[in-house]
Write a protein that binds this ligand. Structure first.
Ligand code: PEP
Ligand code: MN
Length: 256
């Protein structure tokens, strides 16, 4: 069990970690944060530094994005999760983040992981694009070895030859990873699905198999999003998702 502020990961309540893929503007970020707060979300997640496939794509607002997240934190009191892509970014990101995200592309960036092991902030470690559970656990050991035991694993699917989903999520791995590591395991249905309509079934499956939390991308106007426009839910979509998840959570003895 890991406690971040009043939020417990690995307890009976399933943690909701949500927000837009990227901080795009103060207005877009603040509007989303206020909405998510009204829905019971405890951790607001948005990227200031974005790992993009092409260097010509939107790279995030960087330091300016962190400032916007600091304003969100001040105004709403929500916990903040944001990605750190490089060890050099740790001091700036740590000033605002309560939870440091390591993205799929950095799961095996061992220098970054070692440095995060020396921090006093919890780490959210996503599985690599083609990583096995053993490789994910091995990556996590780098953080743990440094003395930072506040480690949360995030399953976000892996690359297969299937194209309907962007990355395949295997529900059985939630149980395997929880049993083997005794640490909280959350699921990211958004990056696994890669498309809005498939976020729902993946999230339902994740809750049914005992995920300790969900990481969901939400944007006020997803079609205009500067990254991951295909998969982000709008506000109505997020409400619908929670309505679908509540009875499933209850059936497995959890709450949302
Ligand atoms: C993200 O969380 O926005 C992201 C880029 O995810 P991943 O590292 O899982 O691809
Ligand atoms: Mn994204």
């Amino acid at each position: 069990m890991i406690k971040i502020g009043k939020t417990v990961l690995g307890g009976p309540k399933i943690a909701l970690i949500a927000g837009p893929c990227a901080v795009e503007s103060l207005e877009q970020t603040m509007q989303t944060a206020h909405f998510l707060q009204s829905q019971g979300v405890s951790v607001f997640r948005a990227g200031a530094f974005k790992p993009r496939t092409n260097p010509t794509s939107f790279q995030g607002l960087g330091e300016q994005g962190l400032e916007i997240l600091a304003r969100v934190k001040k105004e709403t009191g929500l916990l903040i999760c944001t990605e750190v892509m490089d060890a050099r970014q740790i001091p700036a990101v740590s000033r605002v983040a309560d939870l440091l995200q390591v993205g799929a592309r950095n799961m095996q960036n061992y220098d970054l992981l070692r440095e995060l092991g020396r921090q006093e902030k919890p780490v959210l470690l996503k599985n690599g694009l083609a990583a096995t559970v053993d490789e994910l656990i091995g990556a996590g050991e780098y953080v743990l070895q440094g003395g930072n035991t506040d480690l949360i694993y995030c399953l976000r699917g892996i690359r297969t030859f299937e194209t309907r989903t962007r990355f395949a999520f295997d529900p059985a791995l939630v149980e395997a990873l929880k049993n083997e590591t005794k640490r909280p395991v959350i699921v990211d249905p958004s990056h696994s699905a890669g498309r809005r309509d498939l976020v729902y079934p993946i999230a339902r499956a994740a809750v049914a198999v005992g995920a300790d939390g969900l990481l969901v991308e939400v944007h006020p106007d997803p079609t205009k999003a500067k990254s991951d426009a295909e998969q982000q839910l709008d506000f109505g979509g997020f409400e619908r998702l929670l309505a679908e998840l509540r009875p499933i959570a209850q059936a497995v003895g959890r709450t949302l």
